[in-house]
Design a protein around this ligand. Structure first.
Ligand code: 8YV
Length: 331
């Protein structure tokens, strides 16, 4: 795409909130997905062959095979979402394609859902809801559905970026003590504000936490990071919450521990083979499962769309788009 008055051809792979599609129609020449079906590989290939800009989501695999087919016009992939693990960034860079994402605008919503799971799993909210709906509730009882108290527990956050920090802020309000592991230690002022203790050694942190929350991006370094060996270090009552990406956790090992009651429970919004959910998880009482809805608020999705528009518009005008991604990290 060169700097020209011509509106860029933009292929949008999923149906976006209406105000976003309306604005895109004013600014660009968008090809919209009116029935919101998941793009096939053939549709993705057709898009990269013919468009100036591709707007994918987490449901598209923009891998090396797809990018090999990219036409000379494709110069920007403006992802609708923050995580870019579904895009082969190396293949994009090799072809001179810029990749952008939508950081910052889904932080609070994702942290809210994380907090909801942090509360729901130890307090057995999913179990209670299922029991009540099944007509099996026989009334209040002094020892009925007893869970674990939240206040005073240790929360270990893996990934202290925007979302991790927003989770920590909420957790403080619930009386949890905040611990974290991150590639880099956060500034002292942030640690003080969040009253957060840094653990350089992830194995050590895991062994000492009551609740573990996964809030890091999926990269080659974090894929499978919560291996069977690491999960095996969790305490028997510990709960694990994942609102990041399923592939960070060894799901089969997690099921083993949950089935054998070697850990307390789990709250999961993301899965290794989404939208297929491991049948072993579906059978377990001690897990709360939500369908990848961390950022699913109207305000959040509109703000994500606005970011996509700003990234495309800046690029089309010959400026550097604000949310460029390099090696999986927003610059
Ligand atoms: C998005 C997410 O809704 O932004 C992310 O990384 O996981 C979600 O909250 C999804 O990725 C949209 O593509």
């Amino acid at each position: 795409m060169t700097v020209t008055s011509k509106k860029p051809d933009v292929v949008v792979t999923r149906k976006l909130p209406e105000p976003i599609e309306v604005r895109m129609m004013e600014l660009f020449r968008p090809r919209l997905n009116t029935d919101d079906h998941r793009f096939t590989e053939a549709e993705l290939i057709d898009a990269v062959r013919t468009a100036d800009v591709l707007v994918p989501t987490v449901t598209d695999r923009v891998d090396a095979a797809v990018l090999r087919e990219a036409g000379p016009r494709l110069k920007l992939i403006a992802n609708f979402g923050t995580g870019v693990n579904h895009i082969d960034l190396k293949a994009a860079a090799e072809r001179g394609i810029t990749v952008t994402n939508t950081p910052g605008v889904l932080t609070e919503d994702t942290a809210d859902l994380t907090m909801a799971l942090i509360l729901a799993a130890p307090r057995r909210i999913g179990e209670g809801e299922r029991l009540l709906r099944a007509g099996k509730w026989e009334g209040w009882g002094p020892t009925f559905l007893l869970g674990h108290r939240i206040a005073g527990q240790r929360l270990g956050i893996i990934g202290m970026g925007r979302i991790g920090q927003a989770v920590a802020r909420r957790a403080l309000g619930f009386g949890l003590t905040v611990h974290y592991h991150n590639r880099k230690r956060v500034p002292e002022a942030t640690e003080e504000e969040l009253q957060a203790s840094y653990w350089e050694d992830l194995d050590q942190m895991i062994a000492h936490m009551d609740i573990l929350s996964v809030n890091c991006p999926l990269t080659e370094q974090t894929r499978g990071m919560l291996s069977a060996a690491r999960l095996g270090r969790l305490q028997r009552h510990a709960v694990i919450v994942n609102t990041a990406r399923g592939e960070i956790v060894d799901e089969d090992a997690l099921c083993d521990l949950l089935e054998k009651r070697l850990i307390g429970g789990a709250g999961l919004d993301v899965f290794q083979n989404a939208p297929r959910v491991n049948p072993r998880l579906l059978k377990l009482e001690n897990v709360v499962l939500t369908p990848h809805m961390g950022s699913a608020t109207t305000a959040g999705r509109v703000a994500m769309g606005e970011k996509v528009i700003i990234n495309i518009k800046s690029f089309a005008d010959g400026n550097a788009p604000p949310d460029r991604v390099i090696a999986g990290v927003t610059t």
